[in-house]
Design a protein around this ligand. Structure first.
Ligand SMILES: Cc1cc2nc3c(=O)[nH]c(=O)nc-3n(C[C@H](O)[C@H](O)[C@H](O)COP(=O)(O)OP(=O)(O)OC[C@H]3O[C@@H](n4cnc5c(N)ncnc54)[C@H](O)[C@@H]3O)c2cc1C
Ligand code: SF4
Length: 467
């Protein structure tokens, strides 16, 4: 096929569940491509000599290679090319914010739609599963070294994946009763079916990884105890403390915070907050909260955002899904006080905003319009305006921290300020993405291996700086 012919093919779109049906349940909204659609989409790829899409992917996935193999029908080979860089392809292909990562750097996006890289990666993985192919790598013979991993999110999973396959004994300590971190207590199942995460844990366990649930490090066991028992420690506790709005009335009944709300729903609590729900924030968490509230019985949900839709940090695809499902975005507005009666929220007082000065990236500052106060009746308000790292784990150890409360690390090794203790993911970057957590964790796994073998942790390494 000539480049001109490839350029003439339009981006393919996946099937999605009907809106009226999908808001009644947590079934996966977006279907995968079928073979014909996947090959047609793959044919849009120009196989650039210098593929910029790879730079956009935090994992530096071998994108043109796996797309070329898909085109040739060599799906098993394509899978192993994907797996070479990505410890969690079934997850990343579904949830990566591709428009800001791989697809955002695809040259085809300059004059039209980028190649649907995530959907192609997903097609390859789903094809392997549907065709009963073996997805597991050979596990090396056990070595006499033990690694403690704190946190079972994508960073913990990735370190366990690489080290267990090298023969190191890995034990994951997880404070929650379920595994997967934000993959299972944050991201809703309609975007990431739970069987996918469970399959990853089955694979880890078959390679000797042990998971100890309901154990909070810093409370049930200390880091010092882990140091005595294990040869190295990797911790990836994520960023699970919701940031507060800091306004009057935030302690009233009916105020819940974004990731706390999602965690409770995901852990199976039957939480119907009433009919009228106001969600505050413009990121993916706010959107997940709003769409989850719809699915748990609230029928008037809207998002309050202090800038305009153009400035929302959430993915465009997520904003489109949100609006299709009937959630309205009240732009240029911010809450200033939560009013209540008898300890229960009744109204939210807000101010109108306008856009002021813009920074070099073009993002404009919201400025208050004085005297523009207005009230909204609500049964619940859910601020979802970012998260901080929780430090219960640190008890007894004074890790060096940044002013944001994230862990300071050596960017080449991911070692913290303490010898033999490594970290990665949201606890280093603040709330970020699965692919970034997986990349940093892969770097940490290589360092831990060298640490355990007593070799130079830095020699010959080129590491992407995501900090
Ligand atoms: C609602 C929501 C939607 C998101 N959507 C996307 C998306 O679409 N795409 C994307 O790429 N990213 C998304 N993210 C971000 C992504 O989930 C995170 O960047 C990623 O999970 C970080 O991985 P992690 O391993 O660093 O931490 P986490 O996934 O947060 O895992 C940390 C784990 O450590 C455990 N833990 C914490 N403290 C202790 C302790 N003291 N002892 C034992 N265990 C402990 C926690 O319970 C948790 O299981 C989303 C996040 C949220 C909240
Ligand atoms: S891992 Fe994520 S960013 Fe990288 S190619 Fe796959 S979907 Fe794109």
């Amino acid at each position: 096929m000539k480049p001109k012919e490839r350029m003439a093919i339009e981006r393919q779109h996946p099937d999605e569940l009907d809106v009226a049906y999908r808001i009644t349940n947590f079934e996966e909204v977006t279907a995968g491509f079928d073979e014909e659609t996947a090959v047609r989409e793959a044919n849009r790829c120009l196989q650039c000599k210098k593929p910029t899409c790879r730079k956009g992917c935090p994992l530096n996935n071998r994108i043109p290679e796996f797309i070329s193999l898909l085109r040739d029908g060599k799906l098993e080979e394509a899978y192993w090319v994907v797996r070479d860089k990505n410890s969690l392809p079934a997850v990343c292909s579904r949830v990566c914010p591709q428009e800001f990562q791989c697809e955002g750097s695809c040259v085809r996006g300059k004059k039209g739609d980028p190649v649907a890289i995530g959907m192609l990666e997903r097609y390859i993985v789903d094809w392997m599963v549907a065709n009963g192919k073996d997805l597991s790598r050979v596990c090396a013979l056990p070595k006499n070294k033990k690694v403690a991993i704190v946190g079972s999110g994508p960073a913990g999973m990735t370190v366990a994946y690489y080290l267990a396959h090298e023969g190191y004994h890995c034990t994951i300590f997880e404070s929650l009763p379920i595994d997967g971190g934000m993959l299972t207590v944050g991201i809703p199942a309609y975007r990431l079916p739970r069987e996918i995460v469970e399959a990853e844990f089955d694979a880890l366990k078959s390679c000797g990884v042990t998971v100890k649930n309901n154990v909070t490090v810093g409370k049930d066991i200390s880091i010092e105890q882990l140091q005595e028992e294990y040869d190295a420690i990797f911790h990836a506790v994520g960023a699970h403390d919701s940031r507060k709005l800091g306004i009057e009335g935030e302690d009233l009944d009916g105020v819940l915070h974004g990731v706390d709300y999602l965690r409770r729903v995901n852990l199976g609590e039957n939480l119907n907050l009433g009919k009228n729900i106001v969600v505050v924030g413009g990121g993916n968490v706010a959107i997940d909260v709003a769409r989850t509230a719809l699915r748990t019985g609230s029928d008037k949900v809207f998002i309050l955002y202090r800038r305009t839709k153009a400035e929302m940090p959430a993915s465009k695809a997520e904003i489109d899904h949100l609006e299709e499902e009937g959630v309205k975005i009240e732009m240029l507005a911010a809450p200033i006080k939560i009013h209540g009666e008898n300890g229960k929220l009744t109204k939210i007082e807000c101010l109108r905003m306008k856009l002021g000065e813009c920074d070099t990236s073009g993002r404009c500052r919201p400025v208050v319009i004085e005297g523009s106060n207005f009230m909204i009746d609500a049964d619940a308000i859910i601020p979802a305006i970012s998260q901080n790292v929780n430090h219960i784990m640190d008890k007894g150890i004074d890790f060096e921290l940044t002013s944001w409360g994230t862990y300071v690390v050596d960017p080449v090794t991911m070692q913290t300020s303490k010898d033999g203790i490594f970290t990665a993911g949201d606890s280093v970057l603040g709330p970020q993405t699965v692919a970034k957590a997986a990349y940093q964790a892969k770097v940490a796994a290589e360092s831990i291996k060298r640490y355990l073998e007593g070799t130079d942790m830095k020699e010959g390494r080129e590491v992407r700086d995501l900090l």
